[in-house]
Design a protein around this ligand. Structure first.
Ligand code: AMP
Length: 175
């Protein structure tokens, strides 16, 4: 399959033992990039989507392309301290330490239906923070879409337990 073959694995990045699933090679391949965006859009076909939100940073590349294709607005969910306007913050636990994601307070209107996108789901912590931010803004998450799932890390199950449907294009073993 075009999508799986276009993803490069870099061993021991950013630290020993991590198999980094590098989607820059997918983004650089015009057929794979279009297939990935079109496939995710098809998985959510028939649903009303008011906005596409995405998680920094590789999620922005998919999310921007999907929002453009759907003719809806795009909303960035960024790492702490990057958004210029008043923002909502949500902190979550990483393997070592803590991380914080932020959303502009006025980026979403109450009642809007949001599709949340990222390149990869691992433990699901980043995505969960994104869902909490969207819900705190009064909007709802109609689903989450990823190119890659690492099922052994349980992120997908964590997000589905929040009553959010999850669609992924490929799974990779290990972490
Ligand atoms: P998590 O919050 O654990 O689901 O981690 C998801 C975020 O970390 C995503 O934004 C991914 O881009 C990144 N990430 C985690 N593990 C990997 C991996 N093995 N390869 C590439 N990116 C990863």
């Amino acid at each position: 399959m075009n999508i799986r073959n276009s993803i490069r694995t870099i061993p021991d990045f950013p630290k020993p033992g991590i198999q980094f699933r590098d989607v820059t090679t997918l983004f650089g391949d015009p057929r794979a990039f279009r297939e990935a965006t079109d496939s995710l859009i098809h998985l959510f076909a028939g649903q009303r989507i008011d906005k596409v939100a995405a998680l920094e940073a590789r999620g922005f590349i998919m999310g921007g392309a999907i929002a453009h294709q759907l003719c809806v607005g795009f909303v960035p969910i960024r790492k702490a301290g990057k958004l210029p306007g008043p923002s909502l913050s949500e902190s979550y636990t990483l393997e070592y330490g803590e991380a914080t994601m932020e959303l502009h307070e006025d980026a979403l209107q109450p009642g809007e239906r949001v599709l949340l996108v990222d390149d990869l789901i691992a433990t699901g912590g980043t995505c969960e923070a994104g869902i909490k931010l969207i819900r705190r803004a009064g909007a709802s998450v109609i689903g989450c879409g990823f190119i890659i799932d690492l099922p052994e890390l349980g992120g997908r199950a964590k997000i589905e337990a929040l009553d959010v449907p999850v669609h992924v294009l490929v799974e990779f073993e290990g972490d």
